[in-house]
Each structure stands twice: as C-alpha cells, then as structure tokens.
Design a protein around this ligand. Structure first.
Ligand code: ZN
Length: 294
C-alpha cells in the first residue's frame, strides 16, 4: 500500500513536471521568436524614411510635362509678299492726307497700284516669286511659334493694290507688318539687307511717334536678319513715297531682303536654304525684340 501510493505520487509529480516543462518551452520559444535578429523591427524606421522619397519621385516627373513652346502667342503679324504675277498699272493715291498736311506727298500724288518688281539678273527669277517663297516660309515659322499670321497673298495670281495690302493688315489690327521685297541696283557689287519706314506723313505727333516706333523695330529686325543670314547690313530709311506705308495705320516695315542684281545674293535669295535663314531671322527678332509692344 505505501509503495503503491509512492508510485502514484511520483507519477503525478512527473506529469506535473512534464506539463510545466512544455509550458516553459512554449513561452520561451515565443519570446526567442521576437528577439530573432532576422525578424527584428529595426528595418521599420528605415522603411518609413524611404516612403517620402518614393512619393517625391512622381512629383519630379510631373513638372516637365508642362506647356508647349509658344513664344509668339497673342501676336498678330502681317506678311505682305511684294508684287504679283501681273502688274496693275492703274493709279491710286499715294497717301491718305491732303496737300495742306504734306505738300510733297498727298492724296493728289498718284502711283501705280502694283508694280512688276525686279527680277534676278542671273537667275531670271521674278521678284514676286522670290518674295512669296520667302513669305510662306516666314508664315510657317511664325505660326509654329504661336503667332497669328495675316498674309496679303498666298498665290501669284492675285490683283491687290498697295492700298488693298495696307487695308488687309489694318483691318486685322496687326501688331507689326513686314513687307517682303527684293532689291535691284545698277551697280552689281551692291548687296545687303535694308529697310524702309514711313517719314513725316501728315505731320501729326501720332504719325511721328509711329515712325519712331518703326525705326526701333526695323533697327532690331536688320540686326537679327544679318545674324541669321550673314549678309551685308545696310540702313533703315524713311520715306513718304510708299503707298503701302502711308496707308498703314499699324506699324509697317518694308524689308528689302537683298539685291537680285548681285550674283551671289540673287542665287541666295531664290534658294530654299537662304529663305529659311530669313524666316529664322524674322522669328528670332519677334521672339527677342525689346521694342515690340505686346
Ligand atoms: Zn519690290
């Protein structure tokens, strides 16, 4: 009886010890799992510092998606390709003002509506062909830069006088008009670009102010033209004798792009490469002009 009881107690104690052992093993294995270096929580802070960097990425890529390059947006530019296939030898008044305002040039001074223009002494290309080829390239360039371009003609077969050409640009309220022409001279050595602007006109302060504004614009235009083409730079001249300038109520410049009486320049003026350079020069002028009121 005593021996049997002792065995029962020993067996019971063994069971309790076994259970306790298992419990201790479970608890200790749970704790050691948390403390394992591999699963340590230390990466968490470094993760939290990486997250803002990751969100900063998309912001940087969003910025350059920005606006297209439209430096001439809002500008209305008139381009008058000088002359036309058939001259119109009818007459029209050279100026809108009467003799009392300017006795030397007035509304009684009659001039040919549209003259024939010159032609290449060496290439035999008519001026009206060269001026339109240049003008169309100028149009395309300026439109690509965001300008609204008003063309007085886009074909050779038109009949528009110099007053008509001025009125087209007046009605469109052009910020500035460039009248594209090519020059001619008796001396074949003469070459280069020059500009013509209005003179004293009707004698009013407003007219003088417009002439002075054109002077600033034309000075800049010649500088950019020469920079683009590397041709000889001639002068900005004033005159009361151009119908297209006298009837213009908006700033207007006659641009004589070069001399078709000079062999080198004649060949250049009819070449596409040089015509693109002229378009580039005019575009650079409008983009960078300090004088142009926008
Ligand atoms: Zn001309």
């Amino acid at each position: 009886m005593n021996k049997k009881f002792l065995y029962i107690i020993l067996a019971a104690l063994f069971c309790v010890a076994l259970v306790l052992g298992i419990v201790v093993l479970i608890v200790s294995s749970g704790q050691s799992g948390i403390n394992k270096p591999g699963s340590s929580p230390t990466p968490e802070p470094s993760l939290s510092t990486e997250i803002p960097e990751a969100t900063a990425g998309p912001e940087e890529t969003e910025e350059p998606t920005a606006e297209p390059y439209i430096p001439l947006a809002g500008l209305i530019i008139g381009i008058d390709a000088g002359h036309q296939a058939a001259a119109n030898l009818d007459k029209e008044p050279c100026a809108p003002w009467g003799p009392e305002a300017n006795p030397s040039v007035n509304n009684l001074t009659m001039k040919t509506k549209t003259t024939a223009g010159t032609e290449g002494k060496f290439t035999r290309v008519p001026e009206y062909v060269a001026t339109l080829n240049i003008s169309l390239k100028v149009r395309d360039k300026l439109e690509a830069l965001g300008a609204t371009v008003v063309m007085t003609r886009e074909t050779h077969d038109v009949n528009i006088s110099n007053i008509d050409r001025a009125n087209i640009c007046n009605e469109a309220k052009c910020d500035v008009v460039v009248r594209i022409h090519c020059n001619g001279a008796d001396n074949p050595d003469v070459s280069g670009v020059e500009a013509w602007i209005r003179g004293g006109g009707d004698g009013t302060p407003e007219y003088r102010e417009l002439s002075e504004y054109e002077r600033k614009l034309a000075d800049e235009l010649l500088a950019y033209f020469v920079n683009a083409t590397d041709c000889v730079k001639r002068n900005v001249n004033k005159s009361d004798s151009y119908t297209g300038l006298n009837w213009s109520t908006v700033p207007s410049i006659i641009l004589e792009c070069g001399f078709m009486s000079n062999e080198t320049e004649d060949n250049r003026l009819v070449s596409e490469e040089y015509q693109y350079k002229i378009a580039d020069g005019i575009a650079e002028w409008l983009i960078n002009s300090n004088a142009l009121k926008r």
